[in-house]
Design a protein around this ligand. Structure first.
Ligand SMILES: *Cc1c(COP(=O)(O)O)cnc(C)c1O
Length: 357
């Protein structure tokens, strides 16, 4: 069976050497040496000032909202993974959706403007499938209206735009290092910021708000990454060039075969790609269902990222119908993409998609 993605696992001998070191030291969690090493290496790899590791991408969002002191309403996109919205609500924040640009799949800055109210404290956009948002327009809106910006950059690991990391935009960007993402620590995530004070706050916020043995200045949570997870990240970081090469090969085969056959995401021209997903958009949901059934019949499991559109969640009351996001989410499918996808299987996927249109 070919799934939409396949978790990359490093050389087990290499991972075992890290595990042996953990057993030798007995230090398994609480800001251990491997967590600190991975933070430093990721800061250098991504070209960012501060990177704070946490236990998941969702925890990264929640810590970000808390250290920025968000309250009231937050403008966000309905076209994302559920955690973007549910993390807001779990922290007492009211999501206010702004519809998307159906070509880029990202939140539309014009729609953001229409949603600003006296209660608005922040904007939480998503760089969907690693495609950079209109960070210039969003930054201008935020400055003009005194709003914070947290980018959910769960898909944007390593993406650079105009020569700098996409993660440098906004007050904080968050990453997910879940096993299904291109770089992972089994479960994990990170906050990225260039603000020294926010970085410091995030560091003690992830540890119950404890700053020192006798100082608990903030209301924190437990969002720590452990040493076993950091060891996985250290192994994967060495292998990133090979992982990205493999993904690029698969991505380009899809693109060459399907360009003009199905609708694809319009990408920002000045950004690099990380080949995180291969989304394709069909004419209608009926066509999507036909393609999906045909793929299932040959043991291939694509995923409907993202479906349903988050404005349709039962707990969004009163409803905020988002027409463009709904129309996209009904018609979009992510095809299997990982660094070792077999060329023959990929040909079968391409042939199946093409012949069921
Ligand atoms: C994966 C993902 C998350 C959640 O990350 P976890 O590490 O699974 O908590 C949040 N937002 C987006 C856009 C994601 O794809």
């Amino acid at each position: 069976m070919t799934q939409v993605t396949k978790t990359y696992l490093p050389d087990p001998e290499k991972y075992k050497r890290y595990i042996d070191a953990i057993f030798a030291s007995g230090w398994v969690t609480n800001n251990g040496p491997l967590v600190r090493e991975l933070e430093a290496r990721l800061e250098a790899y991504l070209g960012v000032k501060h990177l704070i590791l946490v236990s998941s991408g969702t925890a990264a969002l929640e810590v970000a909202y808390r250290v920025l002191g968000l309250k009231g309403e937050v403008i966000t996109t309905p076209f994302s993974f559920v955690a973007t919205t549910s993390s807001l609500m779990a922290n007492g924040l009211a999501p206010r959706f702004a519809d998307i640009d159906p070509r880029s799949f990202n939140i539309d800055p014009e729609r953001i403007l229409e949603r600003i109210s006296p209660e608005t404290s922040a904007i939480v956009p998503v760089h969907v499938f690693g495609n950079g948002c209109d960070v210039e327009a969003i930054g201008e809106i935020a400055r003009a209206h005194g709003l914070k910006v947290v980018y959910d950059a769960a898909h944007a690991f390593g993406v650079r735009c105009g020569g700098k990391s996409l993660l440098e935009h906004g007050d904080i960007s968050t990453l997910s290092f879940h096993a299904t993402k291109i770089f992972h620590t089994v479960e994990g995530g990170a906050l990225v910021t260039d603000d020294d004070e926010l970085a410091q706050k995030a560091r003690f916020f992830r540890n119950f708000g404890i700053q020192g043995p006798e100082s608990i200045p903030a209301l924190g949570v437990n969002a720590k990454m452990n040493e076993f997870e950091a060891a996985m990240g250290l192994c994967l970081l060495d292998d990133m060039p090979a992982i990205l090469d493999g993904r690029q090969r698969v991505y380009e085969r899809y693109r060459d075969a399907l360009e003009g056959v199905v609708q694809m995401q319009a990408r920002r021209g000045d950004c690099t790609r990380n080949y995180s997903h291969f989304p394709v958009v069909f004419e209608s949901e009926a066509v999507l269902k036909r393609v999906e059934a045909a793929l299932h019949a040959v043991d291939v499991v694509p995923r409907r990222y993202f479906y349903p559109s988050l404005d349709t969640l039962e707990y969004i009351v009163p409803p905020q119908p988002m027409e463009l996001s709904r129309r996209l989410s009904e018609r979009i499918l992510c095809l299997p993409l990982h660094d070792r996808l077999d060329a023959k299987i990929q040909e079968k996927i391409i042939a199946t998609v093409t012949s069921s249109l």
